[in-house]
Design a binder for this molecule. Structure first.
Ligand code: ADP
Length: 406
């Protein structure tokens, strides 16, 4: 017994975790430093005392009782029993209890070695980890659900957009078809109107000849007015015809030297330029891919307008072009009568005119023609102007236009 006790004592002292040796009556034979420190009891209050009575009966743990009372008669061991207990001195602890009877020379003695492993921190860490894991799992699930909803929304949006695109493409097709129909209609109507109008003009001429000197001046004035209206109508019909031919009779785009185009236009307008003493300032112009006849029409209309709508001071017209990223921006600037900013958009519509036709003749189709030509070239046209401050007409031609836009 003495040997067993000494042996137990030496084992007890070398181990770092709390250990306690009990005799067969469950009285404490000895304990190690770690036991005293951990459970804050001193050897005097411990040795020789019944285990359940230690430190205000803090070891009177039902589970421990159960285990010890079971193994003693059985001469057995127990391992890894987890006990959760609130100690008055050190608070709540989770302990792993291992007990075995000490063997001496092949025989089991009455001594029981009780090892107490404090796993409170480990269990707490495990608990925290479990909670964090559960929280993470919850967040992952929430996020997955959010993502699934977002995905679903995105899918619906994409589907919606696709539908909208299909509808748009359909509408664009319809529009192109109805535009083509309309052009065809304008073409045939204007074509058909020309003939009766020629007849009216012819008979009016005959009537004028026949009545010369036989009717009063009022009558002659009426015939003269009718002739003027017929002429105007002829002009309008011609303009509508040429408008409707822009996309149907347009040429393929070719590399076009805009300087040569401008040369030709100025040559055609040379009489008007000379008569009005117009000063033309021109910058070098680029080469672009264009229908040169149509481009000439644009220059021609814009320069002729600048001459027509000149102001009182000597007329100066500047023509130039600047490159902005992927497009050339052309400008035709005059110092003429200018345009009210509220009218700057509508003048590009068919038959929109701002001035009295007796003072400034015209049909109001020229700018609509320019707009249509420029749009066919994939560009835009607009004007920057103030009344009395002159006007600057701008139009753009993309640097790489290969094919007509319509
Ligand atoms: P038109 O010259 O036959 O009247 P346009 O379509 O060429 O028709 O022009 C529409 C209107 O825009 C003109 O009637 C005129 O009021 C205005 N306009 C066009 N160019 C100029 C300009 N350079 N200066 C002032 N007004 C202009």
């Amino acid at each position: 017994m003495r040997e067993a006790l000494d042996y137990a004592q030496s084992v007890v002292e070398t181990v770092r975790e709390p250990l306690i040796v009990l005799d067969g009556d469950l009285k404490v034979v000895s304990a190690n430093k770690s036991f005293y420190q951990t459970f804050q009891v001193n050897p005097k209050e411990t040795e020789g005392r019944f285990i359940y009575d230690l430190g205000n009966r803090q070891w009177d743990i039902p589970k421990l009782r159960e285990l010890l009372e079971e193994i003693i008669p059985e001469n057995a061991t127990f391992e890894g029993f987890e006990v959760d207990h609130v100690f008055p001195t050190i608070g709540r602890k989770t302990m792993l209890l291992n007990a075995r009877q000490i063997e001496q020379k092949g025989k089991r003695s009455q001594l029981i070695l009780l090892a107490i492993e404090d796993i409170t921190v480990r269990r707490q860490a495990e608990e925290t980890l479990k909670k964090a894991h559960a929280e993470l799992e919850k967040r992952v699930q929430e996020r997955t659900a959010e993502l699934a909803t977002a995905n679903e929304k995105l899918r619906e949006e994409i589907e919606g957009r696709k539908q909208a695109e299909r509808a748009l493409a359909l509408k664009a097709n319809e529009l192109a078809r109805s535009n083509a129909d309309l052009e065809q209609f304008a073409y045939s109507v204007s074509h058909d109107l020309r003939e009766p109008l020629h007849v009216v003009a012819g008979f009016l001429g005959l009537l004028a000849k026949r009545c010369q000197g036989k009717i009063d001046p009022k009558g002659e004035e009426y015939i003269d007015q009718a002739m003027k209206s017929v002429k105007r109508m002829e002009q309008m019909i011609d303009d509508i015809l040429s408008y409707s031919r822009i996309s149907t009779r347009g040429q393929e785009f070719k590399s076009t030297d805009c300087n040569a185009v401008l040369d030709q236009v100025l040559e055609d307008l040379k009489l008007a330029i000379a008569e009005n003493g117009v000063l033309i300032n021109r910058d070098p112009l680029p080469k672009v891919m264009a229908d040169s006849t149509q481009l000439a029409r644009v220059f021609q209309n814009l320069i002729a307008n600048a001459i027509k709508f000149r102001g009182d001071s000597p007329l100066e017209i500047r023509v130039g072009a600047e490159r902005f990223e992927n497009e050339w921006r052309f400008f035709i600037q005059d110092n003429g009568i200018g345009i009210c900013s509220k009218d700057c958009e509508r003048i590009f519509l068919m038959f929109e005119r701002l001035h009295d036709k007796s003072k400034y003749p015209g049909t109001g189709i020229g700018l609509a023609v320019c707009k249509k030509i420029i749009e066919r070239h994939g560009g835009r046209i607009w004007v920057d102007s103030e009344p009395g401050q002159g006007s600057t007409f701008y139009f753009t031609i993309p640097v790489h236009t290969e094919k007509p836009a319509n």
